[in-house]
Structures are given as structure tokens and as C-alpha cells.
Design a protein around this ligand. Structure first.
Ligand code: HEC
Ligand code: HEC
Length: 325
């Protein structure tokens, strides 16, 4: 009896340690990784959301994550690149953040960045380029957030038992919020669920062309194989994967971007050099045999990957209640 009770309690503790989280994603799709040290919770997500919109994470208080990652553009920003707080020109195009929980590795060309927790330090403390300009300023971040009227209670709720206000917790909360940026509510997905009329006929035609010419790399529910490819015959100044691996065959290789919400995330490519989706398509190799009409069909198909519920979802916007719920 005592043993059975012990087992029951152990099971309860396990359940408490790994609370189930509703990912609101298509059946069978699980995020690539949620670190065991950073389980999801509503309080943590709410904290991460407030931090995502907080310019106090930048040295002069002018730049938040949301400055470059704007919800109405599926968390991209509409520029080829975005300068940092000191005017350092951005090196790369700002990617959208839809479904980042499923992406690994992160960023355009760095296979070492395996978690959102690790990624968060790059914009805040990175120096090449300087984005938010807080390198070596961990104590200042803790000081600023501690003197705020909301954060102490929010950190305590998000990290029960150790509500320390430090950058490790900031990164964990940001990562938890980013994992909620789930976007699968599109005409394309409705079609997949059997709603055959959800996509216009032009897009249905484009889907077939896309399957033949593009699916090998833009594969799966996210429309990316998450692998590195070179698609431009003449590499630009950015070596991409080659910069990290130092191998000549990797020069100019970048991670295949997800095409979800691609209508909203232009301009395109790692350097923002393609203004329109059609330009981006045409800059791929072996597309010269595609007729213009087929490219337009592909564009119609890609537009069916736009999720307006995602860009309007109040859970992802600048928090209304400054201290969380
Ligand atoms: C100055 C503009 C800017 C700011 C501010 C900024 N980012 Fe980014 N973000 C970028 C750029 C540019 C990239 C692509 C970098 C690369 O590939 O080298 C990126 C990439 C990312 C990625 C990887 C996405 C993917 O598809 O792999 C995540 C996640 C991310 N940012 C989250 C954040 C968070 C969280 C913050 C705030 C702490 C933030 N960003 C602040 C410009 C910005
Ligand atoms: C060999 C793999 C591969 C194939 C095949 C491929 N792509 Fe890509 N695609 C990529 C990579 C890699 C990038 C990013 C390149 C860069 O930034 O330099 C990309 C970028 C894009 C972009 C820009 C997205 C953004 O957010 O910047 C679009 C749009 C796109 N591809 C559509 C297509 C279409 C349509 C086809 C079929 C005609 C296609 N791709 C075939 C690998 C591929």
C-alpha cells in the first residue's frame, strides 16, 4: 500500500515537472527541442512577451526585440537589414519568427546555435554587429529589470523557487514566449485538412509546380529541410555556413528559410537582395525553364501560407497589462 502510494506520488511529481503544453500545431508535429531546464508555463511566456517588447534590453533604451521582429510582418521587419543601436549596419535580413520552436539550428548560417535560449544573447550582447549593445552589461540588465514595478513578481512567478532576475532567466523567458509563436492557420493548412476549396485555383496549380521544383529543399510542414544550400552561383561577401566551418564548399551556403508567411517577410534572402517573391524564385538555379505564368502560380501558392490570425493574435502583441496577468 505504502509502495503504491509512493509510486502514485512519484507519478504526480513527474507530471508536475513536465506539464503538458498545448502547442496548437498540426497533429504529430512536436517542437525540435524544449530544454529540460526550461519547461513551458503561462507565467514564463507572459514574462518573455513583456521582455520581447522591452527596449530596456538595449543600451540606450531605444531597441527591443520587437523593433526588428514586428508582429504584423510575421516578426520580420520589411528592411533588407536593420542597423543596431550604434548605427552598425545589420549584416543580414531579419527573419520572421513563425514556428521558431521547430527550427534547428537557428539563424541563416550558424549551425552552432541550437536553442532559442542561446540565440537570445546574440542580439542583446553581440558585437559583430552590435545590435542592442549590452555586451558586458548583465549587471545593468538585472539592475534595470529589478527596479521595474512588475518584473520582480513576474520573475518569481515564472521561475518558482528561484526568481533571480538575471540574463539566464531573461533568455529562458524570451525562449518560452518565442516557442508560442505558432503559425499553422492558413488556407494551405485548411486545404490539407480536406477543405479543398480553401486555396484559389491559381494557388492549387502553383502547389503542383512547387512540388516538382521546390519541395526537395522547402519540404515538410514548415517548407524547409533546415539544411544549408548554396543557390546563388556567384557568392556575395557573406560566406554563410563557410564563415563558421571554414570549408570552401560551404561558402555561400545558407539554411533554407521556412516559407510560412513569406508574403509578409520580404525583402528576401540572407541579404534582403530579392525585393519580391517572384525575384527570389527567379534567383534560384534551374528556374529559367519556368514560364512567368508558372512563377505567378507559385507566388499564389506561397501567398496561401499567410496566417492573418498569427499576425493579429493578441497573445503575441505588445502586452496591454504591463505587469502580466
Ligand atoms: C537589430 C535588429 C534585431 C534585433 C533588435 C533582434 N533581432 Fe533577432 N534577428 C535579427 C537578424 C538580422 C537575424 C538573423 C541573424 C543571422 O542569421 O545571422 C535574427 C535572428 C533571430 C532568430 C533566429 C530565427 C531563425 O529563423 O533562425 C531569433 C530566434 C531571433 N532573432 C530572436 C530575437 C530576440 C529574442 C531578440 C531580442 C532579445 C531579437 N531577436 C532582437 C535582427 C534582430
Ligand atoms: C537546393 C535547395 C532549394 C531549392 C530546390 C529551392 N530553394 Fe528556395 N531557398 C533555398 C535557400 C538556401 C534559400 C536562402 C538563400 C539565401 O538567403 O541566400 C532559399 C530562399 C527562398 C526564398 C526567400 C525566402 C526568404 O525568407 O528570404 C523563397 C521565396 C524561395 N526560396 C522559394 C523557392 C521556390 C519557389 C523554389 C522552387 C522554384 C525554391 N525556393 C527552390 C533553398 C532552395
Amino acid at each position: 500500500m505504502a509502495r503504491r502510494l509512493g509510486l502514485a506520488i512519484a507519478a504526480l511529481i513527474l507530471m508536475a515537472a513536465a506539464p503538458s503544453w498545448d502547442w496548437r500545431s498540426p497533429a504529430g508535429l512536436r517542437p525540435s527541442r524544449v530544454p529540460s531546464g526550461n519547461p513551458m508555463s503561462a507565467a514564463k511566456v507572459e514574462l518573455g512577451r513583456r521582455l520581447f517588447y522591452d527596449a530596456d534590453l538595449s543600451v540606450d533604451g531605444t531597441m527591443a526585440c520587437a523593433t526588428c521582429h514586428e508582429q504584423h510582418r510575421a516578426f520580420a521587419d520589411g528592411n533588407a537589414a536593420h542597423a543596431g543601436v550604434h548605427g552598425d549596419p545589420g549584416r543580414r535580413n531579419v527573419p520572421g519568427l513563425a514556428n521558431v520552436a521547430w527550427l534547428r539550428p537557428l539563424t541563416w548560417g550558424d549551425p552552432r546555435i541550437g536553442s532559442l535560449e542561446a540565440q537570445a544573447a546574440i542580439p542583446v550582447t553581440g558585437t559583430a554587429p552590435v545590435e542592442m549593445g549590452m555586451a558586458g552589461q548583465d549587471a545593468e540588465i538585472a539592475r534595470r529589470l529589478s527596479t521595474d514595478s512588475c518584473y520582480p513578481a513576474m520573475f518569481a512567478k515564472a521561475f518558482p523557487g528561484d526568481g533571480t532576475i538575471d540574463f539566464e532567466h531573461v533568455a529562458k523567458a524570451l525562449a518560452a514566449f518565442e516557442r508560442t509563436l505558432v503559425s499553422f492557420d492558413t488556407a494551405y493548412d485548411a486545404n490539407g485538412r480536406g477543405g479543398r476549396t480553401a486555396m484559389p485555383s491559381e494557388a492549387v496549380a502553383g502547389s503542383a509546380v512547387f512540388d516538382r521544383h521546390c519541395r526537395s529543399c522547402h519540404s515538410g510542414p514548415l517548407l524547409t529541410d533546415q539544411k544549408f544550400h548554396r543557390i546563388r552561383s556567384t557568392p556575395g561577401p557573406d560566406a554563410g555556413l563557410g564563415e563558421i566551418t571554414r570549408r570552401t564548399e560551404d561558402v555561400g551556403r545558407f539554411r533554407t528559410p521556412s516559407l510560412r508567411n513569406v508574403e509578409l517577410t520580404g525583402p528576401y534572402f540572407h541579404d534582403g537582395s530579392a525585393k519580391t517573391i517572384a525575384d527570389a524564385v527567379r534567383l534560384h538555379p534551374r528556374t529559367s525553364d519556368l514560364r512567368d505564368a508558372q512563377v505567378m502560380q507559385i507566388v499564389a501558392f506561397l501567398n496561401s501560407l499567410t496566417d492573418r490570425h498569427f499576425t493579429m493574435d493578441a497573445r503575441f502583441s505588445l502586452p496591454e497589462f504591463t505587469c502580466g496577468k
